[in-house]
Design a protein around this ligand. Structure first.
Ligand code: AHM
Ligand code: MG
Length: 340
């Protein structure tokens, strides 16, 4: 039998990478892994809620059946609050940040921002969804965390990752020393190291963008799409178009096979749709750690200065050569002033 390495074992081994840490980050990652397993269990029975519930509102235990994004949010908050390693939490589902004020969290060093269930409109169609998380070291000195602790550039991330609930469930994370992926083995209920030291190909053959909004895109994006569709043997074009509509799933596929994912500004969404702190920054951190690039079309995402918790940004992420090409088109055809 081959030796399986679980997420828990891996985290303990990697503890030596942080000689000054007392294990808080390791425990925090372990807590997130637990929340992910509970969410996975519910996501896997998404279609059963109506069958198990008598009225559709209650399950067989008489408990209310919650929408999965609400449920996932509660799981993350419960795991992080009980764990004692974070002094504040920010979630896509909560307008305001959640300060953590319990006894065991009073000296906590970290804050976590997350999207508990990204792409949740896909759930009922049995399409992959994900959770995304970003861990920052607090900048305030003590007490419950504040907004200031979250308004840090992505370059300050201590760790980030995502969980994808797909044909299998995987957790992919980085603490700034490469990227590792763990697949959930449902028979033992453990995430097992399946994708050590992940690297994104320099180039690829896939572009992922919601082309339905083509008419609303900036000229640079329109021209880039046309470039992807042109025939050119030396760059392997035309590229394939693949758009799942779950950023985690689209970006995970591109991480494995190479490609680019774009959610640009549109005339309807002048700042883009995706959120800087808990979607774009953590995904950018992972992709950069795997050797790729992430940009808002003009500059590195991780260097954008956040001004608010739910700030949006246009997003170009993936294989370095293709992201650079897209940036070239943006700089040539869609001149805007960088805002920060
Ligand atoms: P959500 O966080 O509300 O689920 O929205 C984010 C999702 C991304 O996963 C996905 O890439 C995008 O929204 C899809 O949006 P659209 O339907 O506009 O293409
Ligand atoms: Mg989201």
């Amino acid at each position: 039998m081959s030796k399986v390495k679980t997420l828990g074992q891996f985290i303990i081994e990697k503890q030596d990478d942080f000689p000054y840490s007392k294990g808080e980050l390791s425990r925090l990652l372990r807590d997130i892994g637990i929340a992910a397993k509970i969410i996975n269990r519910e996501v896997n029975k998404a279609g059963l809620a109506d069958i198990l519930g008598e009225t559709g509102d209650n399950n067989v235990q008489g408990e209310q059946v919650k929408k999965l994004d609400v449920f996932s949010n509660e799981q993350f908050i419960a795991a992080l609050t009980a764990g004692g390693e974070v002094c504040a939490i920010a979630s896509e589902e909560n307008e305001e940040l959640i300060p953590v004020a319990n006894e065991q969290s009073k000296n906590a060093k970290y804050v976590v921002a997350f999207d508990p269930l990204d792409g949740s409109s896909n759930i009922d169609a049995n399409v992959s969804v994900g959770s995304i998380f970003a861990v920052y070291r607090r900048t305030t000195l003590s007490g419950p965390g504040t907004l200031e602790d979250f308004l840090q550039r992505g370059t300050e991330l201590v760790a980030a990752g995502y969980v994808i609930y797909g044909s299998s469930t995987m957790m992919v994370y980085s603490t700034g020393k490469g990227v590792n992926g763990f697949t959930l083995d449902p028979s033992i209920g453990e995430f097992c190291l399946s994708h050590p030291d992940m690297k994104i190909p320099k180039s690829g053959k896939t572009y992922s963008i919601n082309e339905g909004y083509y008419v609303h895109f900036p000229d640079g994006v329109k021209k880039f799409i046309k470039w992807c569709q042109e025939e050119d043997k030396s760059t392997n074009r035309p590229y394939s178009s693949r758009y799942i509509g779950s950023a985690v799933a689209d970006i995970h596929r591109n991480l494995l096979y190479g490609g680019v994912f774009i959610y640009p500004t549109t005339s309807q969404a002048p700042n883009g749709k995706l959120r800087l702190l808990y979607e774009c920054n953590p995904l950018s951190f992972i992709v950069e750690q795997a050797g790729g690039k992430a940009s808002d079309g003009y500059r590195r995402i991780l260097e954008v200065e956040p001004k608010s918790l739910h700030q949006r940004t246009p997003f170009f992420i993936g294989s370095s050569e293709i992201v650079e090409k897209a940036e070239e088109f943006m700089k040539k055809y869609s001149v805007v002033e960088a805002k920060n």
